[in-house]
Design a binder for this molecule. Structure first.
Ligand code: CMC
Length: 429
C-alpha cells in the first residue's frame, strides 16, 4: 500500500482519495468514499476502468502479453504442470508437495460420479439441446442434489462443494454430449487421469475398448490448463456477483456458465471455428477481412481481439503449438481449417486496421481447431471451456467468501428515463 493520494476538484472543493498499489500492475484509486464525500457516482459501463475486487489469484499484463496463475507464467504451467496441479495451485495459492498432490488428485477422482438420479434429469432435455444449455441446467441442479454442501458459512461444506464442482464438471459435460448423440452415458474411471477420463467419457462406447491417445490427453489437459482462470472476466465477475448475495456455490457456477456462453466470451471458440469453416479456402480471406473492417457490417473476426491483451494472447501461442502437435499425431497436418487459420492470422496481423486497433488472435482462435481434430462437435467447445474455467470460478468464489471485507455487489446507474409522473387510466391513453 502507498501513501499517495489522488485529488478530485469539483467546483471550489477538492477531495482526496488514496491510491493503492498491488504487488504488480497499475495502481488503483480507492473511490469507496466518493459518494459519501461528493454525492456523485462514477460512470463506467463495461467496467473498462474499474477494479471490482482485490485478488491474489491471476495476473494479466495485457501490454506485455503476460498471464500468471499465482505468479507462475502460463507457458511454464502449460509445459511442465497439469490441470489437477493447476487447480490445486489456483485454489490454495501454492504448488502442492508430492503428498499434497496425491491427496488432492485422489479426492477429485473420488468425486467424479454424479448422483444417479441426475440421469433422469438429463433425459428430460430434448436430444438436440445445446450442451451449454444442459451444462447450465445440470450445474444449477447440483444444489438440488447435494444439500450437504450448500451452507456457505461452513468451511468444510465450501471445500466439498468446490471439489464436487471440479470433479463432476467433466462428467456433466461428457454426458451432455453423449445425450445429444443418443449414446449411453459412460461412467468415470478412477484409474485414469483427469483429461483421459474426460476423453473416455466422451468417446468410449460399451461395445468396444477405448484407448486414450497420450498426445490427445496431453492436448486436452493443456486446453484445460490454459482456460483455468483469467481474473475478473465477464463470467468470473458474474460468479462473484452472484456469490456476493451468499447464494450457494452451485447456483453461482451455473450463473458463470450462462455468462460464458455468449460469443463475445467463451462462445467465441465455437464461433471462430464456424467462421473458419465458412471462409473455407484462403482465397476468400480478403472478403472476410474487408467485412470485419466495414463498420456498417456487424461481422467481426471471431477469435481476434481481447479487452485486456493488446500485444498478444500468451495462451494463443501455446494453443498454436498444441494444434500442430495434435494434427501431426492424427496425420492431418494439411487440415484445410488450419491452413485458413494460419493465412488469416498472417493477413490480419499485417493489416493496418488490426495493427492499429491491436487486434491479435486470442485463445479461442486455435482451441477450436484442436477440439475439432480430437472429434468434438463445435457445440461442445464452450462447454469444455466451462469445464476448465470452473476451477477459476470456484477459486475466485472461495477467495471472495473468505474475504472479511466482502460486501454484496451493487453497482449504481446513470438514470436517463422519465421523471416521476402520474399513472393514467388505460382508457385515456
Ligand atoms: N474484428 C473486427 N473488429 C474488431 C474485433 C474483431 N474481432 N474486435 C474488436 N474490433 C474493433 C471494434 O469494432 C472497435 O473498433 P472501433 O474502435 O473503431 O469502434 C475496436 O476494435 C475495439 O473493440 P471493442 O469491442 O470496443 O473492444 P472490447 O474490449 O470491448 O471487446 C472483444 C473485446 C473480445 C469482445 C472483441 O475484440 C470481440 O468481439 N472479439 C471477437 C470475439 C472473441 O474472439 N471473443 C473471445 C475473447 S477471448 C476468450 C475469453 O476470454 O472469453
Amino acid at each position: 500500500m502507498t501513501e499517495k493520494n489522488a485529488k478530485l476538484v469539483i467546483g471550489d472543493k477538492t477531495y482526496e482519495f488514496p491510491i493503492i498499489s498491488g504487488s504488480v500492475g497499475p495502481d488503483v484509486i480507492d473511490i469507496r468514499t466518493l459518494y459519501k464525500q461528493t454525492g456523485l457516482f462514477t460512470f463506467d459501463p463495461g467496467y473498462t476502468s474499474t477494479g471490482s475486487t482485490e485478488s491474489q489469484i491471476t495476473y494479466i499484463d495485457g501490454d506485455e502479453g503476460t498471464l500468471l496463475y499465482r505468479g507462475y507464467p502460463i507457458e511454464q504451467l502449460a509445459e511442465k504442470s497439469n490441470f489437477v496441479e493447476v487447480a490445486y495451485l489456483l485454489l490454495n495459492g501454492e504448488l502442492p508437495t508430492a503428498a499434497e498432490y496425491d491427496k488432492f488428485s485422489e479426492t477429485v477422482i473420488r468425486h467424479t460420479m454424479l448422483h444417479e438420479q441426475i440421469v433422469k434429469f438429463y433425459t428430460g432435455f430434448r436430444r438436440d439441446a445445446h450442451p451449454m444449455a444442459i451444462t447450465c441446467g445440470a450445474v444449477g441442479a447440483m444444489s438440488a442434489f447435494y444439500h450437504d454442501s450448500t451452507d456457505i458459512t461452513d468451511e468444510k461444506q465450501r471445500e466439498i462443494a468446490t471439489i464436487r464442482l471440479i470433479a463432476k464438471m467433466p462428467t456433466i459435460v461428457a454426458w451432455a454430449y453423449k445425450y445429444s448423440i443418443g449414446q449411453p452415458f459412460v461412467y468415470p474411471r478412477n484409474d485414469l487421469d483427469f483429461a483421459s477420463n474426460f476423453l473416455r467419457m466422451c468417446f468410449a462406447v460399451p461395445a468396444e475398448e477405448y484407448e486414450v491417445s497420450p498426445t490427445l490427453a496431453r492436448a486436452m489437459d493443456r486446453i484445460f490448463t490454459l482456460h483455468a482462470d483469467h481474473e475478473q472476466n465477464a463470467s468470473t465477475s458474474t460468479v462473484r456477483l452472484a456469490g456476493s448475495s451468499h447464494a450457494n456455490p452451485f447456483a453461482c457456477i451455473a450463473a458463470g456458465v450462462a455468462s460464458l456462453w455468449g460469443p463475445a466470451h467463451g462462445g467465441a471458440n465455437e464461433a471462430a471455428l464456424m467462421m473458419l469453416r465458412e471462409i473455407g479456402t484462403p482465397d476468400r480471406i480478403p472478403e472476410y477481412v474487408a467485412r470485419a473492417k466495414d463498420k456498417s457490417d456487424p461481422f467481426r473476426l471471431m477469435g481476434f481481439g481481447h479487452r485486456v491483451y493488446k500485444n498478444y494472447d500468451p495462451r494463443a501461442k501455446v494453443m498454436q503449438e498444441t494444434a500442430r502437435e495434435v494434427l501431426a499425431e492424427l496425420g492431418v497436418e494439411n487440415n484445410p481449417t488450419l491452413q485458413v487459420a494460419q493465412q488469416l492470422e498472417k493477413i490480419a496481423l499485417e493489416d493496418e486496421y488490426f495493427v492499429e486497433k491491436k487486434l491479435y488472435p486470442n485463445v479461442d482462435f486455435y482451441s477450436g481447431i484442436i477440439l475439432d481434430a480430437i472429434g468434438f462437435p463445435t457445440s461442445m467447445f464452450t462447454a469444455i471451456f466451462a469445464l476448465a474455467r470452473t476451477v477459476g470460478w470456484v477459486s475466485q468464489w472461495k477467495e471472495m467468501i473468505e474475504d472479511p471485507t466482502q460486501k454484496i455487489g451493487r453497482p449504481r446507474q446513470l438514470y436517463t428515463g422519465s421523471d416521476s409522473r402520474d399513472y393514467t387510466d388505460i382508457g385515456t391513453r
